[in-house]
Design a protein around this ligand. Structure first.
Ligand SMILES: NC(=O)c1ccc[n+]([C@@H]2O[C@H](COP(=O)([O-])OP(=O)(O)OC[C@H]3O[C@@H](n4cnc5c(N)ncnc54)[C@H](O)[C@@H]3O)[C@@H](O)[C@H]2O)c1
Length: 371
């Protein structure tokens, strides 16, 4: 048999996996099913608070190493999100490697579902980029730990409803902190990206009495909002939006919305939106704070969707999930209070609170023994 040595790339991944400042993951499972062509990575960052919960991303990665690193980063992010959402879930994430349009088949999804089953409940999956409710219905046929299913299959359906509700709660908390009252009435709010989450957010804002201005790269998305809310106005792109007079800026499109140029140009006093990974690089959170702009950490305010799917495990109840998502208001306030008390940006305060909740849970399960 030929001598197979790990490539330098594999060393790189293993180094990241075991380096604690990168997360110190509990378990990473590499999955392969030759018949269906499935190749997947399931990363469990932490189960301190309970079974790891996080979606399945289906993507054509440039390399296998990139796929593993994505699973490591995304699962770590889910630990923090779930901890601050008040869920009894740790953080996990799966990635399926390949172009979903080319390789996604029922056979492949069932093979993936069997790997989820093999973890015996340590990992609970859901939708993410490249996977949809109908895919989760297939995955759920071979395990009990799949959420994000269709309402016909006992699932919660579209998670953007409670995601938008949660973002609105976070924005109210930011208004309370910045202006002393938990309302957006009379405030000018710019929403960049009016897709599934953004359009529900506009509904909440209009109902609350805010003046709303929107932008989207898709003209039909803008037209749809204005047909529904004729007083809403639009601008040509996000760059124009951030420079126009705003009280609140809500990034609801893609990640990396808050780069150096955007932060320097912002007129808004609050940033609070649904998009994941809004801070383009470390240090942006401090630049925002230095400019007196209150930033509501993205993973805190956009947790309504994960709160919604987590509820499926108990037999989905929309009102119960909504009541839990409403607590995003208190959590966001607590983060702003901690940031003020410790003299740190809210993004750092959020990380510390999440780490505290995970450490407390770990201490409970080890009876105070160990780390
Ligand atoms: N759907 C959820 O439950 C959920 C949960 C948590 C986080 N998020 C995050 O919220 C964001 C929005 O999610 P979504 O489900 O509404 O997605 P979506 O694809 O339905 O909507 C995104 C919208 O942004 C627009 N857009 C893209 N690039 C843009 C740009 N440069 N400028 C202006 N508009 C642009 C798109 O045309 C689209 O209408 C994403 O970052 C997503 O990861 C969503």
């Amino acid at each position: 048999m030929a001598d197979v040595r790990p490539s330098p790339d594999a060393d790189g991944v293993l180094h990241t996996l075991f380096r604690t400042e990168q997360g110190g993951h509990e378990q990473v499972v590499l999955c392969q099913d030759r018949e269906s062509g499935l190749r997947a990575v399931i990363a469990l960052h932490s189960t301190a608070l309970g079974p790891a919960l996080g979606g399945t991303r289906f993507h054509a990665y440039a390399s296998d190493e990139e796929a593993v690193l994505d699973a490591l980063n995304l699962s770590r992010g889910m630990s923090y999100k779930n901890a601050l959402a008040g869920l009894d879930h740790g953080g996990g994430k799966a990635v399926i490697i390949g172009d979903p349009d080319q390789i996604k088949t029922e056979q492949l999804l069932l093979a993936y579902g069997r790997f989820v089953a093999s973890l015996g409940g340590r990992y609970v999956t859901a939708c993410d980029v490249g996977t949809y409710v109908e895919d989760m219905d297939v995955v759920a046929r071979v395990n009990r730990w799949t959420t994000g299913r269709s309402p016909e299959q006992g699932g919660a359906g579209d998670s953007s409803v409670l995601t938008a509700f949660g973002v609105f709660q976070g924005m109210r908390a930011a208004a309370q902190t910045q202006w002393g009252s938990p309302t957006l009435r009379g405030r000018r709010v710019g929403v960049a990206g009016v897709g599934k989450v953004g359009r529900h957010l506009v509904d909440h804002l209009v109902e609350d009495g805010a003046e709303v201005v929107i932008t989207d790269v898709r003209a039909e998305a803008v037209e749809r909002i204005i047909a529904r809310h004729p007083k809403v106005t639009s601008v040509v792109d996000a760059e124009v939006l951030v420079r126009s007079p705003l009280d609140v800026y809500a990034p609801c499109a893609l990640g990396g919305a808050l780069d150096d140029a955007t932060v320097a140009a912002l007129t808004a006093r609050i940033v609070c939106g649904a998009a994941n990974n809004q801070l383009a690089h470390p240090g942006v959170e401090k630049d925002l704070a230095d400019r007196g702009i209150l930033y509501a950490p993205d993973y805190v305010v956009n947790a309504g969707g994960v709160i919604q799917v987590a509820d499926e495990l108990h037999g989905f109840d929309f009102d119960r999930a909504k009541a839990k998502a409403a607590k995003i208001f208190d959590t966001t306030l607590a983060i702003f209070d901690r940031a003020k008390a410790d003299g740190i940006p809210p993004a750092v305060a959020a990380d510390r609170l999440a780490e505290q909740r995970m450490a407390e849970a770990r201490q409970r399960t080890t009876g105070g023994v160990g780390r």
